[in-house]
Design a protein around this ligand. Structure first.
Ligand SMILES: Cc1ncc(COP(=O)(O)O)c(C=O)c1O
Length: 422
């Protein structure tokens, strides 16, 4: 499409947008009565208006039935989490029984390390991206120390090339090949939180498995953002949080994906809890752990139903909008953002460090600000544009298809140019 840098053109794109009405289903933050331009779907997705209703159903069930709410009422809690696995399966490209909605992301990453990081002799290395999200780095470090290894020798970080910010897939493959006799686990983000780079998940998966390693992905910035086919790509495991592109609320319950071929694999270690125990006999309270033979067998505790209710409200919107439609708008919105940014044309004012190639990006764009970055960020905030600042010098923004408009993208570009011109 030939874009134009004008508000009328942006408005026309909105008019033609089949998803334009979905914005009405979210609460847009306002300051002094003025709706903000909220480009932080990569950080905390907005609240669906129906979230309160779903929450009230849980509270209602609790008030009417007390503990019997587990088994009675319209939505018995005992199977409540099952309502989420089908819509999530579409979003991450998995079979519903390969998904379990549980815990939070870092907790789930630790649990996945128990199952999929099995150092054996010299095969003890972990390959990951440089500058992974800090929680992932601490997770690697503490597991490696638990086994008595030195993190500096055991964790191999693949770096971007000199003066670059994205990591070349060929460099990842080279590192895997170089360590093919010693790599136990390859674990990357789906989308890197800082640069916004979407990694080539199927290619990394195939290379890691060929080297004899297990392979998993932290999809915090990928789930609900980019197209994923975890089952078809044969990914071993993945985890994600649900408060970013999935709009399930601050600190919302996370989820795991485990390929079905591991569900009954007796060689896979795991921690057990009663909520992962065979449902038919769970309440016999017998000795001896007999896990459910799906990804649910990795559950430990009674779910946080209030959080599941908020998640359900958000996933209902994904279902109504249709995942393919969301992806199509994501591409157009992001292409328009790139166009608008390229129209600013103030030499040296910023550098886009997110890869341009459609296969290597999602909603997010990261702007490296060589100077005055924090001032620019503060001025954007004053103008009602909510983006985020990541030390030392990056502004991240992520217009999302369900509640952002083309006009907001145009306004952002216009205001940014005025700020940079000062
Ligand atoms: C890539 C990535 N991994 C892990 C985490 C930690 O998530 P949680 O605090 O839900 O454990 C985050 C949080 O933003 C993240 O972006």
């Amino acid at each position: 499409m030939n874009f134009e840098n004008s508000v009328s053109f942006a408005k026309q794109l909105d008019k033609n947008d089949p998803l334009k009405d979905f914005r009405q289903q979210f609460i847009i933050p306002s300051i002094d009565g003025k709706e903000q331009i909220y480009f932080l779907g990569n950080s905390l997705g907005l609240q669906p208006k129906k979230a309160k209703d779903e929450l009230n159903k849980i509270l209602g069930q609790w008030s009417v039935y007390g503990v019997e709410g587990f088994f009675k009422g319209d939505d018995p809690w005992i199977d409540y989490h099952d309502k989420l696995t089908k819509p999530l399966a579409k979003i991450v490209g998995a079979l519903p029984h390969e998904i379990s909605v549980m815990n939070q992301l870092t907790v789930n990453l630790h649990l996945m390390m128990v199952s999929f990081y099995n150092p054996n002799g010299k095969r003890n290395k972990i390959i990951c991206e440089a500058k992974a999200f800090p929680s992932d780095q601490y997770m690697f470090e503490t597991h490696v120390r638990h086994y008595g290894f030195n993190p500096d020798d055991t964790i191999i970080e693949v770096q971007p090339r000199k003066n670059e910010y994205a990591i070349h897939t060929e460099d990842i493959l080279l590192v895997i090949e170089q360590h093919k006799d010693e790599v136990a686990l390859v674990l990357f983000s789906g989308v890197n939180y800082y640069s916004g780079q979407l990694f080539d998940i199927p290619t990394i998966t195939a290379a890691a498995q060929k080297a004899g390693a297990k392979v998993g992905f932290d999809l915090a910035h990928a789930a609900g953002n980019v197209s994923l086919q975890l089952h078809e790509w044969n990914v071993d495991f993945a985890c994600w949080c649900s408060y970013k592109y999935l709009n399930a609320g601050p600190g919302a319950v996370g989820a795991i994906y485990i390929h079905e071929r591991f569900h009954n694999d007796k060689n896979i270690a795991r921690y057990g809890g009663w909520w992962g125990y065979n449902k038919a006999t769970r309440f016999k309270m017998d000795k001896g752990f007999k896990p459910i033979n799906t990804a649910e067998g990795w559950q430990l505790s009674t779910p946080t139903f209030t959080s599941l209710a908020l998640y359900k409200a958000a996933l209902d919107i994904f279902e109504q909008a249709g995942w393919e439609n969301i992806l199509a708008k994501r591409k157009l919105l992001n292409d328009y953002l790139w166009f608008v940014l390229n129209e600013i044309k103030i030499k040296g004012a910023f550098e886009i460090i997110t890869p341009k190639n459609e296969k290597e990006k999602g909603c997010q764009v990261s702007l490296l600000m060589p100077d005055r970055g924090k001032t620019v960020f503060d001025e954007l905030a004053k103008a009602g544009i909510m983006v985020d600042w990541r030390e030392p010098n990056v502004i991240r923004l992520a217009p999302v298809p369900l509640y952002n408009s083309f006009e907001e993208v145009w306004q952002f570009g216009n205001i940014l140019r005025q700020i940079l011109k000062k």
